[in-house]
Design a protein around this ligand. Structure first.
Ligand code: GLC
Length: 439
């Protein structure tokens, strides 16, 4: 078995905190929603029981209204900000108070599709929770039944400081008492690779607002400081519903099939809201300022992953992919390098994220664009083999940035190299796992 495959497994095992996996030590010491889902996909290639456990721990944190939070604080860690006391819905709060891109159903479908009866059984036990989660998205994030999801915080997009949110953030009034917090992230990672202080003040302003209204869904949606239609969340959600439908059919859950089909048709129509004719792409839309973002991002390219758009729109998106790949050494940057806000090293304003590449490649392949899909997968493998399991990568130089030994990067590496994983060696290898030092 390749050395890098062993390395990837080791990274994930070292980030295991007892049934759930942290993204990386110190910088992100809790359980994150979509990180955990992608990580479970990677784990399923070497430890099936443990991969379902990861998802169960995530789903156990589901709120009564169906929401699965973006962070679960299983233990206290003063090294992380903003912790549970900042979100605080009540004294016992153990989670953040909004969600993250709902990849869960798609990950579960992947695990079932390539699995056996055991996986089918596990998926069956989680199915109702996923249904409740998807219902929550419609109720809480599309209460006027417009056909698309609106997020209440940039963090809900998982693409925290993307230029898509600049207009919305700029117009947020920062309360006077906001300046006294102390960020922890910049003590772990170079400041130039993280969101700016101004952005952070604004992130915290939304958080204060949410805390003050007890994260009331209606107040957040209609009157909160921030509301945006995110191509990432919308396309991931559309794909998740398509995958949920496949799962329902596979499990023979006939009673939910019409409901899920209806969700798919609503979202298929609704996503046209994000078609920005000016730049001939799907882009984010800011509801508070009633305007499009002019940024073509890696989330715009997920329309193919969702199978969304007309054939003309699909062609435009494929052309954007080709154009962007031509101007980068490695694909796919989080922002079009021709955009004025592009920064090759700063978080979601340019760098490559492996989980996004994983989904973009699936979308391109679905569209019959095998060559570009393969190029993106090969770039992802090359980046990881040359620069390690970094959080994200510079699309020009390839250098790994942000946190190191990142779980979802390792998981995507395993997923992309799964044919090379030698199952007969896995047990042997797993027995050694107790020998790994948890750093
Ligand atoms: C950052 C990313 C987010 C991710 C989290 C943990 O906040 O923007 O997408 O889930 O880190 O890795």
């Amino acid at each position: 078995m390749g050395k890098m495959i062993e390395e990837a497994i080791k990274v994930i095992i070292n980030n295991d905190r007892g049934g759930f996996t942290i993204p990386t030590n110190r910088l992100y010491p809790h359980q994150w929603n979509w990180d955990s889902a992608f990580t479970a996909l990677g784990i399923s290639l070497f430890d099936k029981t443990r991969s379902w456990q990861e998802l169960i721990m995530l789903i156990n944190a589901q709120w009564r209204d169906g929401m699965i939070p973006h962070i679960i604080f299983h233990q206290n860690d003063p090294d992380y900000f903003p912790g549970p006391d900042q979100w605080k819905i009540n004294a016992k709060s153990k989670t953040s108070c909004h969600s993250q891109p709902p990849v869960l159903a798609s990950i579960i479908w992947q695990m079932v599709k390539r699995g056996n009866e055991y996986d089918k059984l596990k998926a069956g036990t989680l199915f109702n929770s996923i249904m409740a989660y998807h219902k929550w998205y419609f109720l809480a994030r599309d209460p006027s039944k417009e056909g698309f999801i609106s997020i209440v915080h940039p963090w809900e997009s998982g693409r925290d400081n993307c230029p898509d949110w600049d207009i919305g953030l700029e117009n947020i009034k920062i309360p006077n008492d906001i300046s006294s917090y102390s960020r922890r992230d910049i003590s772990h990672v170079d400041k130039s690779e993280r969101p700016t202080k101004d952005h952070y003040d604004r992130f915290m302003s939304i958080l204060h607002f949410g805390r003050n209204c007890n994260w009331n869904k209606t107040i957040m949606h209609f009157g909160g400081p921030f509301s945006a239609v995110d191509p990432g969340v919308n396309f991931i959600f559309l794909r998740a519903n398509k995958d949920l439908l496949l799962l329902a059919k596979h499990l023979n859950y006939i009673h939910v099939i019409d409901e899920i089909k209806n969700w798919i048709s609503i979202l298929n129509k609704g996503c046209q809201k994000m078609w920005n004719e000016q730049v001939k792409s799907f882009t984010a839309f800011d509801r508070r300022n009633n305007c499009f973002s002019d940024a073509i991002t890696n989330a715009s390219l997920l329309s193919l992953y969702a199978g969304a758009g007309t054939s003309k729109q699909k062609k435009y998106i494929v052309d954007h992919c080709k154009r962007i790949l031509d101007i980068c050494s490695y694909g796919m940057p989080s922002l079009d390098p021709n955009h004025q806000s592009f920064e090759s090293k700063r978080y979601w304003r340019g760098p490559i994220w492996c989980v996004m590449n994983y989904m973009i490649a699936i979308g391109l392949e679905d569209e019959g664009e095998y060559k570009i899909a393969e190029k993106i997968r090969n770039d992802t493998i090359k980046l990881i083999e040359s620069y390690g399991m970094a959080e994200y990568f510079d699309p020009h130089t390839g250098v790994g940035l942000g946190g190191k030994d990142f779980s979802w990067t390792a998981a995507i590496y395993l997923e992309l190299c799964k044919e090379k994983i030698d199952v007969s060696l896995i047990n042997n290898f797993k027995n050694k796992k107790n020998g790994f030092n948890k750093t």
